[in-house]
Ligand binder design. Structure first.
Ligand SMILES: *Cc1c(COP(=O)(O)O)cnc(C)c1O
Length: 308
């Protein structure tokens, strides 16, 4: 039994009317731990435990850490998540709700990750949030589900952080012979590590992350994500934080679902960029989800900054 669920694929009337073409939503926000991450992480954790891992370790204070904690609880294996001091109380609470041990350490992810790595014993498995072929294999299952419904989209829209979701979706598309289905890869300003890599001709490290879409905040994409850009038609789009947050709030009204700005970025591509969609008839949006932003937080972010 996989740890993820088969998610609904539905046509959004509201988004379709706005874009004047069918917009299909793959509702990964409905995964039990709240994001698509459980597909890849669930697959990887299951495999590591099968190979003998006695404990699972993560250094993500976001949806990846929550997914590892969820996987460990279901596999009956202890989980340690080391998170930096910047992690919200809410994210820590969500990890603890899954019975995982949380250690708060260091000013940034780099330090939390270094401590996690130093604690890894021989029978521990360390779960990377986006750079592991097992993750991509697991994420690809969402495209298997789409293919089984008989829908072949003409464009896939998704968000890119470190590129794990992108690699998984592309693996799924190629598995079904859909090499001809282009992907619109959306990032936010201040977290656009794939757009920077494409511009530089190689993965490059952003000096810092300044977007509120923290789940897109990988300073550098994985090599595999960059490699795909020369093997598959991938178009880059970078939207503002404001556009991503506004899209979250509109989506809440349209679909009664709360998602993070990381996911709102993809939705903003549909709400605000009709011109990019003109040559495609049916469009699939991966509604990647995310649980670390509350409604109140989204509404707060949507307020215009005070002048001065
Ligand atoms: C992790 C995550 C992303 C980005 O996925 P990558 O595999 O890092 O590119 C996007 N949205 C949400 C909600 C996430 O949790």
């Amino acid at each position: 039994m996989p740890l993820h669920i088969e998610t609904p694929l539905l046509e959004s009337r509201a988004l379709s009317l706005g874009a004047k073409r069918p917009i299909w939503l793959k509702l990964e926000a409905l995964q039990p731990p709240g994001s698509f991450k459980i597909r890849g992480i669930g697959h990887a954790c299951t495999e590591y435990v099968r190979r003998g891992a006695k404990r699972l370790v993560s250094s993500s204070g976001g949806n990846a850490g929550i997914a590892v904690a969820y996987a460990g609880r279901h596999l009956q294996v202890p989980v340690l998540v080391v998170v930096p001091e910047t992690t919200s109380a809410r994210a820590i609470e969500l990890i603890r709700q899954q019975d995982a041990e949380v250690r708060v350490h260091g000013a940034s992810w780099q330090e939390a990750n270094a401590l996690a790595l130093s604690l890894i014993g021989e029978t521990d498995a360390m779960l990377h949030p986006f750079d592991d072929p097992l993750l991509w294999q697991g994420h690809a299952s969402m495209i298997d589900e789409v293919a089984r419904t008989g829908l072949k989209p003409e464009l896939v829209v998704l968000s890119v952080g470190g590129g794990g979701l992108l690699c998984g979706v592309l693996e799924g598309l190629h598995r079904h012979g859909w090499q001809d289905v282009p992907v619109l890869a959306v990032e936010t300003e201040g977290a656009a590590s794939l757009a920077a890599a494409v511009k530089a001709g190689a993965p490059v490290e952003l000096p810092s992350i300044s977007s509120i879409a923290t789940s897109l905040g990988a300073r550098q994409v994985c090599d595999q994500a960059f490699d795909w850009t020369s093997r598959h038609p991938i178009q880059n789009l970078v939207v503002s934080d404001q556009a991503a947050v506004d899209a979250c709030l509109r989506f809440m009204d349209d679909h009664r679902l709360v998602v993070e700005p990381a996911c709102g970025a993809s939705l903003a591509a549909i709400y605000d960029h009709a011109e990019l969609l003109l040559s495609y008839h049916s469009i699939l949006v991966i509604v990647c989800g995310g649980v670390t932003a509350t409604v109140q937080q989204l509404q707060h972010w949507a307020q215009p900054l005070p002048a001065g």
